[in-house]
Design a protein around this ligand. Structure first.
Ligand code: RB5
Length: 151
């Protein structure tokens, strides 16, 4: 069963707690890196904590929630080996696993309601990377990250 790390900022604590319970009820192992209260905080702290867990193999994938999902995705994508997609529709959440091998889903608690949020989570965690031509393209993303990209 996949291990999933979740994190949020003050804008998304309730949604993150509901996502955690949902994932646990589905049998996933969940690591919650905070934040845990509605006190104002800085989303890069929690995005970084979560990304490190995937980078070091403590988690297979992650879910990050802030007001828009955008700040979290910007921070996550600065981490080597992390491919984060900010989604508010289930088609994108599924396809970013199938085609981009995304290992982080981000969304905004001020953008989507809890029903859509849980559908996004399910679409993302249930989809598998398709490989093939998509692997070639993901390898190109990695080459850009490593400064070795050549057309
Ligand atoms: C916090 O007010 C807000 O800026 C944050 O949750 C997020 O939306 C940033 O991208």
């Amino acid at each position: 069963m996949k291990k999933i790390v979740i994190g949020c900022d003050h804008a998304a604590v309730d949604m993150k707690n509901t996502v955690r319970e949902h994932l646990l009820s589905r049998g996933f192992e969940v690591a919650d890196v905070g934040t845990y209260t509605s006190d104002s905080c800085n989303y890069p702290v929690f995005a970084h904590r979560a990304c490190v867990k995937v980078q070091n193999g403590e988690a297979d994938m992650g879910i990050l929630i802030c007001g828009t999902g955008i700040g979290m995705s910007l921070v996550a994508n600065k981490h080597k080996g992390i491919r984060a997609a900010c989604c508010s529709d289930t088609f994108s959440a599924r396809l970013t696993r199938q085609h981009n091998d995304a290992n982080f889903l981000c969304f905004g608690a001020r953008v989507v309601g809890i029903g859509v949020a849980l559908d996004l989570v399910d679409a993302f965690v249930d989809a598998e990377f398709e490989g093939g031509k998509h692997a070639t393209r993901v390898d190109m993303i990695t080459a850009v990250e490593n400064g070795t990209f050549a057309e």
